[in-house]
Design a binder for this molecule. Structure first.
Ligand SMILES: C[S@@+](CC[C@H](N)C(=O)[O-])C[C@H]1O[C@@H](n2cnc3c(N)ncnc32)[C@H](O)[C@@H]1O
Length: 208
């Protein structure tokens, strides 16, 4: 049975399924999709939890592109991966994810976005609507048919609230003959609880 860890959320497929939180649900979907040998992207490296999770899923023949704008995030992630002996599976990029197409030249199976700021870091350095939407536009184009983009949004702060509304609009405008999109919201949770969007490119694409 596949087992992976996503930041503080652990997903063990041999455990009973749990409606734990947005990150857990994202990890659960990505884990079911990604296979050894795949190429994937962590578009918001942060403390490296998702990068590590993806490294385990793609195995030694796969590859992970890990992106963040903060040197601290890259340092923390590198340390974490080196401790596990997995650093060689990763290409690190210290650029904004809005440059995704320049950073990653090949189609990918999955792209994970975990929006907001670096846990334990500067709250000013958060993701922003314009760059997030541009990155999502590129990510949805770059995924292979059947591939997936996961987006955890944190509407508990002003920019996060703007991102939620923009991500929702972006997702609702994706053509249904090319993409299937699921919005996960905990309807009885307190305001500001993180929400998850899963965007899958349909396996059968219409002719251009
Ligand atoms: C919530 S954290 C990510 C957590 C991470 N996935 C983990 O497992 O620890 C969000 C990260 O997005 C980064 N970020 C902000 N703007 C960005 C941008 N334009 N491109 C890439 N990363 C960005 C922040 O520096 C921060 O580290």
């Amino acid at each position: 049975m596949p087992t992976g860890k996503c930041g503080e959320c652990e997903v063990h497929m041999d455990e009973r399924y749990e409606l734990r939180n947005a990150r857990y649900l994202a990890a659960d979907a990505i884990q079911r999709l990604v296979q050894p040998g795949d190429t994937v992207v962590d578009a918001t490296m942060g403390n490296g939890g998702d990068t590590l999770f993806l490294c385990r899923l793609v195995g030694e023949k796969g590859h992970v592109y890990a992106i963040d704008i903060q040197m601290d995030a890259m340092k923390r992630t590198k340390e974490r991966l080196d401790a596990e002996g997995l650093g060689e599976r990763v290409s690190f990029s210290l650029q904004g994810h809005q440059h995704l197409r320049e950073i990653v030249k090949t189609p990918v199976q999955a792209v994970m976005f975990n929006l907001g700021w670096l846990p334990g870091g500067n709250h000013e350095c958060t993701t922003h609507v314009e760059t997030t939407i541009e990155a999502l536009r590129q990510a949805t184009e770059m995924i292979l048919p059947g591939g997936m983009v996961s987006v955890c949004v944190y509407p508990g702060h002003d920019e996060g609230t703007r991102e939620l509304s923009a991500v929702e609009s972006f997702c609702s405008e994706l053509p249904v003959n090319r993409y299937t999109v699921l919005a996960n919201r905990f309807v009885n949770a307190r305001q500001g609880t993180p929400q998850l969007f899963l965007i899958q490119k349909n396996r059968i694409q219409p002719p251009e």
